[in-house]
Design a protein around this ligand. Structure first.
Ligand code: PMP
Length: 353
């Protein structure tokens, strides 16, 4: 760190993304990407956009916003786009939290939430999940702060039913409730109807997972018009061109190919069932994940040992050191071939252990 850094940031501990080795030597199941390439329509559109890169992209993102609005049955005034959903999550922390209005989220959830709080100098409160990693909605009734719920939750994949979230929303009419639905497309129920019904609900989704666009960095929020205006004020005060022309074009292509997205999600759901069955037979304990990953621990074999040994043998999964989940590993659901390799290597490790 230089001696010039502002004291605002001197003690900031940045978010640590999962490993991204660039040499493709691993079966890569560590950052919840899709194993499938982007839609062919996305590739055609992105190629066309390449030829016009001398121009700035449309700051209003008109075509893409219209496509997303149409897909979700909302008005385009209810949608804002961002550079990955991480960006609009950060906008939500900036817009709806401050020293008088802390951020509130579970102790086990997306690791970026505390970092967004810290960089914006927002106090935050982490509410412990129950022993089975579910949320007790009583903990979120009538709280004094902005609530962030990843649903399904990161890293457990457990989802809270929409009617339970509605109870939380109703009991906090003076605070925004942000529902991070990065993993909603693999069998969970969306809270979008709540965003239409209540003025304090913001639903955030991403094209990174179900739509195979992690590299394009495209996320969006849907909420009532005033909330979207708030987020646009922040977007336009930081980078009105936050969506680059190639990603925007690719996303337009992907939104035109819902059949491809649905088929890929269905395959992930099937591969998840296959993986869960195999893991249960091997004695693993699993949370009830309906995301594109599973969260597993073995009653006898150490979580970190499994992670490290898998890596040595060419399979990359995700291990977190936080004490409460240190025995667990999070494993992205990939193609059937990837999952077969994962199960095979894991079986060998268990036999030796
Ligand atoms: N929310 C959750 C719960 C996530 O796990 C992730 C992915 N790491 C994101 C949001 C951000 O995804 P992206 O920025 O790629 O849209």
């Amino acid at each position: 760190m230089s001696k010039f850094i502002s004291k605002k940031y001197a003690s900031l501990i940045p978010y640590e993304p999962g490993e991204q080795p660039q040499d493709q030597q691993y079966v890569k199941l560590n950052t919840n990407e899709s194993p499938f390439p982007p839609s062919a329509k996305a590739i055609v559109k992105a190629n066309e956009a390449l030829k016009k890169l001398q121009l700035y992209p449309d700051p209003d993102c008109k075509v893409l916003i219209e496509k997303i609005a149409l897909h979700f049955g909302v008005s385009r005034k209810n949608v804002v786009l961002s550079n990955g959903s991480d960006e609009v999550l950060n906008f939500a922390f900036m817009a709806y939290c401050d020293e008088d209005c802390p951020a509130i989220f579970p102790d086990i959830t997306y690791g970026f939430y505390p970092v967004f709080s810290d960089i914006n100098r927002i106090p935050y409160k982490e509410i412990p999940l129950k022993d089975d990693f579910t949320i007790d909605i009583a903990d979120y009734m009538n709280v004094d702060g902005t609530i962030f719920i990843a649903n399904p939750n990161a890293h457990t994949g457990i989802t809270l039913p929409v009617n339970a979230i509605e109870e939380i929303v109703k009991s906090n009419p003076d605070h925004v409730v942000v529902i991070d639905e990065a993993y909603v497309d693999f069998g969970a129920e969306t809270c979008l109807p709540l965003a239409e019904k209540y003025d304090n609900v913001l639903v955030i989704q991403t094209l990174s997972k179900s739509r195979s666009m992690a590299g394009a960095r495209l996320g969006f929020a849907i909420g009532n018009e005033e909330l979207i205006q708030d987020l646009n004020t922040i977007r336009n005060s930081t980078n009105p061109y936050n969506i680059n022309a190639m990603s925007m074009a690719a996303a337009i292509g992907v939104m035109d190919d819902e059949a491809y997205t649905e088929a890929n999600c269905q395959t992930i759901i099937e591969n998840r069932a296959y993986t869960v069955n195999a893991l249960k037979e091997m004695g693993f304990e699993l949370t009830d994940s309906i995301a594109n990953f599973i969260f597993m621990k073995h009653p006898r074999v150490d979580g970190e040992y499994i992670y490290k040994t898998m890596k040595e043998r060419g399979v990359l999964i995700r291990h977190f050191t936080k004490e409460r989940i240190a025995q667990y590993n999070r494993v992205t659901i990939g193609s059937r071939k990837q999952m077969e390799k994962f199960i095979k290597v894991l079986g060998e490790i268990l036999e030796e252990a």
